[in-house]
Design a binder for this molecule. Structure first.
Ligand code: CAA
Length: 387
């Protein structure tokens, strides 16, 4: 069987950005709690005419421009911010991205984990027919109630990945460790637009699940800790990576100097520190951040920990491919984050509340500076447009 993995990867985020200094000022919180305690500086926030579909289209467009869609047979969209209980959000991408009608399309859900389920399913499809390509899009808007502890850990992004045989960026290894259990640490019932969370339980469950997934990964013949050049964790906020890595070291029973821990995790946290949580996209945004910031990773194994509350956790690994740097979009990626428009605290609050009250008929003025927008919801039918 040929090697299978990530051939190309790109991301999109929102038009607006909220500075967490501003949030701290109005919430009368020491800004150091956000910058040091949580490891977050700013968070992406969507314009009124942006949602998971517009971000998904923006993330996927450069991949389709580069590779075409001739070999595309499957599109898997992972999200926990679905816009419909029945129709897969990826179907709205047909006219926006000119997708072939011979594409199998489905939406996957299991909190922040489902992008990784998509990756494993894609690898299975390609091992059956290595001429086929699978596009995965993980796209989410992380939203908690205003004034809740979760508020500073909001954010939004989409990551698109083309999964193929003979991949140019990351070859996936075959062993994978998984752990699942029924836990009420974070959830969003159908009637709510914001998530409910038991913050402390969510942290302890995340840590327990990652160490159990690691144990399963090792039992199935996975690599040892010292084999890895870098570790990518699901990042609800970036300080979680250090908590998770320290916990992993305790699980394995070894001690690393703090500098070694920093070297293993920090490059994967740089974009997330500015974008905030992006649920399903977060782990893979961390991987893009690693590729864009780390010194040459050619031939280096990378460990991934994908956690979705509720909960499922998977530990897997891959090897960075020779020549991967020629395919990066580092300058564009940095520019995309830097180009977001600052939003005032009061406009952010007003827009946050409005999102919870969308009626079944609404036309949206153009607000985003991005390439795709939601134009109207008429008779409960959403219409999108390429700007
Ligand atoms: N200077 C420096 N650090 C400070 C500080 C200051 N002035 N004030 C507080 N801190 C530190 C605290 O010591 C704490 O550090 P430790 O975690 O190392 O103890 C950190 O800042 C956070 O402070 P609190 O624990 O007091 O924060 P909180 O109770 O207000 O909320 C939270 C933190 C529970 C993470 C909350 O933001 C939340 O509920 N977030 C959403 C849920 C979440 O992200 N859970 C993570 C695991 S679940 C998951 O991963 C799935 C997912 O995507 C949601």
């Amino acid at each position: 069987m040929p090697p299978i993995g990530i051939h190309d990867i790109a991301f999109a985020t929102t038009h607006y950005v909220l500075d967490l200094d501003e949030l701290a000022r109005y919430r009368r919180v020491d800004p150091a709690k956000y910058h040091l305690g949580l490891g977050q500086d700013t968070m992406s926030f969507p314009a009124v005419d942006e949602d998971i579909v517009t971000m998904a289209a923006t993330a996927a467009a450069p991949i389709l421009q580069r590779h075409g869609s001739d070999k595309l047979r499957t599109l898997l969209l992972a999200t926990e911010t679905g816009v419909d209980q029945s129709k897969a959000a990826a179907l709205y991408l047909h006219p926006l991205l000119d997708l072939p009608s011979t594409t199998r399309i489905v939406e996957l859900k299991q909190a922040c984990y489902s992008g990784t389920a998509a990756l494993q399913f894609a690898a299975g499809l390609i091992s059956r027919d290595p001429t086929e390509q699978v596009l995965i899009i993980a796209t989410d808007i992380a939203r908690y109630d205003l004034d809740s502890p979760g508020e500073p850990t909001q954010g939004a992004a989409a990551v698109a990945m083309l999964v193929t045989a003979e991949p140019a960026m990351l070859q996936l290894d075959s062993p994978s460790g998984v752990y699942s259990d029924d836990v009420m640490d974070f959830w969003r019932p159908n009637h709510r637009t914001t998530a409910l969370v038991d913050g402390k339980l969510s942290i302890s469950t995340y840590l327990d699940a990652t160490s159990r997934a690691w144990t399963d990964y090792r039992a199935r013949g996975g690599r040892g800790l010292d084999d890895f050049r870098a570790f990518c964790y699901h990042l609800p906020y970036t300080a979680m990576a250090r908590k998770a890595h320290d916990n992993l070291l305790r699980t394995v029973g070894v001690e690393w100097e703090p500098e070694r821990v920093t070297a293993a995790i920090e490059d994967s946290t740089r974009y997330n520190r500015l974008v905030g949580n992006s649920y399903t996209a977060s782990l893979y945004l961390g991987f893009i951040s690693l590729l864009d910031h780390a010194p040459d990773l050619t031939g280096q194994p990378v460990a991934f920990f994908s956690y979705g509350s509720g909960c499922v956790c998977e530990c897997f690994s891959g090897t960075v491919q020779p020549g991967y740097r020629q395919h990066l979009r580092t300058a564009d990626n940095k520019e995309r984050i830097a180009a977001r428009t600052p939003i005032s605290y009061f406009r952010y609050r007003a827009m946050h509340s409005d999102r919870a009250r969308y009626p079944s008929n609404l036309t949206f003025d153009q607000d985003t500076g991005g390439p795709y927008r939601l134009t109207e919801i008429i008779d409960n039918k959403r219409t999108y447009q390429k700007v």
